[in-house]
Design a protein around this ligand. Structure first.
Ligand code: SIN
Length: 187
């Protein structure tokens, strides 16, 4: 199975005493299973959240991957989420959690007060082996409804993300439309 954790451990030369900001836009918004020093709503410019990444290890299996979010370049678009200030030792755990195609990349975060800061994101680019790519939101909803993995159902991932975005007052038509189709088909 694809495992980007070794590459992630190699590519960043982080000083153990120097905290960094990590921006979460998917499960990292609602599942903070790691210690952090501070947490602040934030956004990144030029990106859009899309359910285009396959999940072989959390919300699906190698034979039936689920669909989870990654970021796609979208000039003019702002993607909102949650930023965490963490010490670099936390990446041991996070690199393992995000190993199915995500690479750590540096980007610029904007906090809700307008202040900006460099930070890291986990990005799964279209050239990674687990990438599933674009599909209609109806199709994605059906795919999610049928997928399960070691971390639970793919439906739970979608619903928890949609709820977390609502709590942050974040509009995301892609996520909310998929949620709508999924709930409508569930009756
Ligand atoms: C993230 O949440 O920032 C990365 C994708 C995921 O774990 O759902």
């Amino acid at each position: 199975m694809l495992d980007t954790s070794a590459e992630n451990q190699r590519r960043h030369d982080l000083h153990p005493d120097q905290p960094v900001w990590l921006f979460g836009y998917g499960s990292l918004i609602y599942k903070a299973d790691f210690p952090f020093l501070a947490r602040r709503p934030a956004s990144i410019d030029g990106w859009a959240r899309r359910f285009w990444q396959g999940s072989h290890d959390h919300r699906g299996t190698p034979d039936h991957p689920g669909r989870v979010v990654t970021l796609i370049r979208a000039p003019g678009n702002r993607c909102a989420g949650m930023a965490y200030q963490v010490t670099p030792d936390v990446f041991q755990h996070l690199d393992h959690r995000e190993k199915n195609g995500y690479l750590r990349v540096t980007t610029r975060l904007t906090f809700s007060d307008g202040q900006q800061q460099a930070g890291l994101i986990y990005l799964a680019t279209p050239d990674n082996a687990a990438f599933l790519g674009e599909a209609s939101e109806e199709h994605i909803a059906r795919h999610i409804a049928a997928s399960h993995g070691p971390s639970g159902s793919n439906t739970e991932y979608l619903l928890q993300l949609a709820e977390a975005l609502r709590q942050l007052n974040v509009g995301d038509e892609h996520v909310f439309r998929i949620e709508h189709y999924l709930l409508a088909s569930a009756g």
